[in-house]
Ligand binder design. Sequence first.
Ligand code: NAD
Length: 332
Amino acid sequence: MSNNNQVEQQIQQFRELLEEYNYQYYVQDAPSVPDAEYDRIFKALQRLETEHPELLSTNSPTQKVGGAALSKFDQVTHQLPMLSLDNVFDSESLNDFMQRVMDKSALVETAFCIEPKLDGLAASIIYENGFLIQAATRGDGLTGENVTENVKTIANLPLRLRGENIPSLLEVRGEVFMLKAGFNKLNEGLIAAGEKPFVNPRNAAAGSLRQLDSKVAAARPLAFYCYSVGVFEGDLADSQYARIEQLKNWGLPVSSEVKRVVGDDACHDFYTNIAEKRPSLAYEIDGVVYKVDDIALQQKMGFVARAPRWAMAYKFPAEEAVTTVENVEFQV
Ligand code: NAD
């Protein structure tokens, strides 16, 4: 068999594996492999596709976001696609990202809004004239599940915004997650009742939000933090950090860890500090998200297929043991 055929077969094998893992993770809320294993195969596939651009396909999992919305829910079409994030696992790769930003900005130093990478699931929540009118999951980025009634039961999320200059239309995006303490209690209760416990708080949050009966969701200890704005009508600040402050002033929950930082050293220090603090945080995080602070520069940098060019997730090393996937020979 020619070398090209082998590469093609390898790519096909990686794509099929990732599609299966996506289905288990996004649709069934029941992953069968640790995230680190998924990320390893994803990176291996990305590398093969970069080396062999003629084999790249828009159907590849590297070009898509999340999983299809469940048909048991009404579907919501996102007015602006909900994308994923590119990720890196070492400081050199983060430096490469920051350098790309500098090259584009033509400034000596660029400010970043740095945020904890919350380990839950993304949701879009729309406020009209200050009232919560719709909430949806990310789904495949274009179409999500209508989970309005469930989201309305989340204790720290206001049904009505307060304060001044609230945009008449405001779509906030953020993460639905489960506090560690609530997760442990929930699992203890499930085990006591003879039911299957959740694998981790992320899966518990996803399984709880995507319940048809909002009474079940209401009984689950879900929480929400905002981290961006989608569509809006009205005035908003021109920096990511200032927007987060605005959301906070309108009564929306945001993580108190978010910071605006200038300079490479300060960017790296944030990662080191929050990694140390991680065990004492009330919620799970799986890394740090670096976002270009200036919205005009974000717009100038734009997007690739599944992620913005102006943001990067720097993920923590895996805590779970990495298992070897049977029958997969890694060529990485
Ligand atoms: P991701 O989790 O790597 O990053 C994007 C997501 O981060 C966003 O959609 C949002 O939900 C979240 N996020 C948290 N904090 C944020 C912040 N401050 N700003 C912006 N976004 C923030 O990407 P993904 O597309 O949701 O999922 C892919 C990842 O999921 C994989 O890298 C893998 O780790 C995991 N996964 C695992 C399996 C498995 O079988 N174990 C399967 C599929 C996916």
